[in-house]
Design a protein around this ligand. Structure first.
Ligand SMILES: Nc1nc2c(c(=O)[nH]1)N[C@H]1C(S)=C(S)[C@@H](COP(=O)(O)O)O[C@H]1N2
Ligand SMILES: [Mo]
Length: 325
């Protein structure tokens, strides 16, 4: 589907009418399963679906980390070649097939800045940050995109709570805003001026320090491929996938609720909270069911993507808020 320049924000989600996206993807998968296409596609994707960079990543020795059995995903794992070749990363294009284009992202050197309401602003090289965060762990989480596809993948990384501790926010900070790199020369999507680059997302401090909030630096037992948000991205499995901001360069602590990338484009469709709820439809489609990548049947979507036992308390007494959009 082509971009309508007057309403660029409509692309992701209206091309994503679940059926539309899924027919194409399923046709491809059936082809793969049937055989002949497999040879071609598999050869093309090669062993390096996870990205050529993973092999030379200076943090490669940290992978695979030990699995934390508390987070098991509870569903069949999505095949690696799907999760690493069917991506949303608008910096590299407003379609799913951006994985090759994303290989140009230079993931070293990579500096992460902590600023705003912190004891002392600081910038740190990603490998020093990884060292400071201690041992990595693997967690299998479900991921639910607002477009109604989903996946179950093993992330590697560390709890966001540890990162917040490292940043030392002031007691007056209420939110943490995160920002993706900005480099339109590399990431041609950022030349699309109707998007409010750089990509920004935010959480309350309470959400960021909830045990589920995770900073992922790898996937499938390897360093993160560029297309999945190398070298560091957020994972909040109870929220729609657009919260899970990729390739982060800055964490800013603040007492003002940030306006995120998608909220800025279309606040009536994408809000701050973005918690998964099958009973609250997107204005243009139902959220009642989802299509797991690589599977033939849709399945029911669960409140908080099935993570209510961990996070429902965060939202007690917040009835006036649009918690599910
Ligand atoms: N910087 C940035 N982060 C992003 C996006 C994006 O376009 N740019 N897309 C989001 C959306 S809509 C989803 S569903 C997930 C997809 O992550 P994946 O490609 O690893 O599956 O990344 C999220 N993070
Ligand atoms: Mo998404």
């Amino acid at each position: 589907m082509l971009i309508k320049r007057t309403r660029g924000w409509e692309i992701p989600e209206n091309r994503a009418t679940p059926e539309g996206v899924w027919l194409d993807r399923r046709r491809l998968l059936k082809g793969l399963a049937a055989g002949p296409v497999l040879t071609g596609a598999a050869a093309m994707l090669g062993a390096g679906t996870a990205g050529a960079q993973a092999a030379t990543d200076p943090s490669a020795g940290l992978y695979p980390p030990k699995t934390n059995m508390r987070y098991r995903g509870e569903r069949a794992m999505t095949p690696e070649d799907l999760a690493t070749t069917y991506n949303n990363f608008y910096e590299f294009g407003s379609h799913k097939n951006i994985w090759r284009a994303a290989q140009v992202l230079p993931i070293r050197p990579w500096t992460v800045t902590f600023d705003g309401m912190v004891e002392k602003p600081q910038s740190v090289a990603i490998d020093d940050l990884l060292n400071a965060m201690g041992p990595l762990e693997q967690r299998v989480y479900r991921h639910r995109c607002v477009e109604a596809w989903s996946m179950t993948v093993p992330w590697a990384g560390f709890p966001m709570k540890r990162l917040v501790g490292y940043a030392k926010p002031l007691g007056s900070a209420k939110y943490v805003t995160m920002q993706t790199f900005q480099n339109p020369d590399l990431a041609s999507g950022q030349k699309q001026y109707w998007y409010p680059w750089p990509y920004v997302e935010g959480l309350t401090i309470a959400e960021a320090t909830n045990e589920l909030a995770f900073m992922a630096t790898g996937i499938y037992g390897k360093p993160m491929p560029a297309q999945n948000g190398a070298p560091i991205r957020l994972v909040t499995p109870w929220k729609y996938g657009f919260k899970c901001i990729k390739s982060i360069v800055r964490f800013t602590f603040t007492d003002k609720r940030p306006v995120s990338f998608w909220e800025h484009l279309q606040a009536s469709e994408y809000g701050f909270w973005a918690n998964v709820n099958p009973e609250v439809p997107h204005p243009r489609w139902s959220q009642a069911t989802e299509q797991p990548l690589g599977e033939s049947e849709r399945i029911p979507t669960q409140l908080y993507n099935g993570y209510g036992e961990f996070v429902a308390d965060l939202y007690k007494g917040m009835d006036g808020e649009r918690l599910f959009m």
